[in-house]
Write a protein that binds this ligand. Structure first.
Ligand code: BGC
Length: 447
């Protein structure tokens, strides 16, 4: 596999760092062929417990959903508790060799200090089923939901949250650790803090800067504790060295106007907040960097109330997904190159599109993957890619309408049906490469 050399990168250096656009362009010109990924690359998909399992009646989201008729109700979700074997078989047929899912804390500890061993067995079965199919499990310990009792005690804005979370981590890692190597302690901590404590859109619907910062600080501390704990459990049990990290919501951020100092300044701040703050405060507590990539912003100013600084894609008539997020494949390249500065292996732990237009999904998949490929060529240590999501699922406050799945679900019958992009992804996973013929999907933009 040809790599761009140091001399070439030096040429592209500007006082601000690498000129990533030029770098991307220069690499692109060289490769009009099958795009091969590194050996042992992980190809997978992601899900989270509350979005697919169904009947998570002991968590704060369930309580929140059922408090008002106006809110979407997760109900049975995808009934994955019943159908996980079938779903993983489909993943296997697609030649995936990794799968990211989350453990539902409220199933494991439905009442404070009471452990549900049946629930533990359920996750053991999930891991066993994946392992039998030679699919590597990537396990998330917290993906937005909390046990209802934990929220009643004050949730993440209380310092005691770290203690409760660590107790759960210790219990579940001792139970499952034997068969798991990759752990993600927390999914998108900053998204959770802003949505739940600042924007007030998710439970507990708080709108306070102070609480948002407190909850973010507690999540950072909880991650550090969990990191230490997981490593010490593995050491004590002689299970080898685990790989522990988070899945962070990484955003590609540009200044709206090239020559506006004001725009540039806020772009710099937003970039630090969204892409670096967590890693800065928890340096040395990551064995890898997990990135969930969906967003590209052109920053114009700062809206303190929502921590939003950017122009909406809608306002600019850019190409969007069905949930209004801009389609901007080059952004994932920039983010990967930027995060490579931590000198850790990187996994794209989520990336995907909500759409009902299959040609758009296919184009999205190929164009983002192509940028991941270019990042690898530029020397970024990307070790895996997880499309969000394996199946359609419950998209939080937006309900079931956004369709993110490679496999579509008929929520009435729970029938699963692979979509066109699933076939493309399957070929990519099977060959560990993007065949040249797939590049035709990049075509023209579909609105
Ligand atoms: C979250 C998922 C969510 C996806 C699409 C990610 O930020 O981790 O739970 O479904 O975005 O919105």
């Amino acid at each position: 596999m040809a790599k761009i050399n140091k001399k070439q990168i030096k040429k592209l250096l500007t006082p601000q760092g690498v000129n990533t656009r030029a770098l991307r362009r220069s690499i692109r010109l060289k490769f009009h062929q099958t795009l091969y990924f590194p050996k042992d690359f992980f190809w997978g998909t992601s899900t989270s417990s509350h979005q697919v399992e169904g009947n998570n009646i002991f968590n704060d989201w369930w309580r929140w959903e059922t408090q008002s008729k106006k809110r979407h109700h997760s109900g049975k979700a995808c009934d994955q508790k019943k159908y996980f074997e079938k779903d993983f078989e489909m993943a296997k047929k697609m030649h995936q060799n990794a799968h990211r899912f989350s453990i539902e804390w409220s199933r494991i500890e439905p009442k404070e200090g009471c452990w549900d061993l049946e629930a533990v067995q359920y996750y053991k079965n999930i891991i066993r089923s994946l392992r039998k199919k030679h699919i590597e499990p990537f396990v998330t310990l917290h993906h937005f939901t909390n046990p209802a009792w934990f929220s009643r005690k004050g949730g993440w804005d209380c310092a005691s949250s770290q203690f409760y979370f660590s107790r759960y981590v210790k219990f579940i890692v001792e139970e499952l650790g034997h068969d798991v190597h990759y752990w993600m302690t927390i999914n998108e901590p900053l998204v959770y803090s802003t949505m739940s404590y600042l924007a007030g859109l998710w439970p507990p619907e708080k709108k306070s800067y102070w609480l948002m910062l407190k909850s973010y600080r507690n999540l950072i501390r909880a991650h550090k504790k969990a990191y230490r704990l997981i490593h010490s459990i593995y050491k004590k049990k002689l299970w080898g060295k685990p790989s522990v990290g988070i899945a962070s919501n990484s955003v590609s951020i540009y200044s709206y106007k090239k020559h506006s100092l004001f725009n540039w300044f806020f772009a710099l701040i937003s970039d630090w907040i969204w892409n670096h703050s967590f890693f800065t405060f928890s340096r040395r507590y990551h064995d890898f960097i997990g990135i969930n990539y969906y967003f590209h912003y052109r920053v114009r100013g700062l809206h303190f109330q929502t921590l939003r600084f950017y122009l909406e894609a809608r306002q600019e008539h850019r190409e969007m997904t069905s949930v209004g997020w801009e389609v901007y494949p080059q952004g994932i390249f920039d983010v990967l190159v930027d995060l490579n500065s931590y000198k850790l292996p990187i996994f794209v732990t989520e990336n995907g599109i909500a759409t009902t237009n299959e040609s758009k999904r296919s184009r999205y998949l190929i164009s983002y993957l192509k940028e991941v490929y270019h990042a690898i060529q530029a020397g970024v240590d990307v070790r895996g890619y997880f499309y969000w999501s394996l199946i359609d699922n419950f998209e939080w406050e937006k309900g079931f309408e956004p369709r993110f799945g490679l496999i579509g679900i008929n929520y009435r019958t729970m029938r699963r049906k692979p979509r066109h992009a699933a076939l493309l992804y399957s070929k990519i996973c099977e060959n560990n490469s993007i065949p040249h013929s797939f590049l035709k999907y990049l075509g023209h933009s579909v609105r």
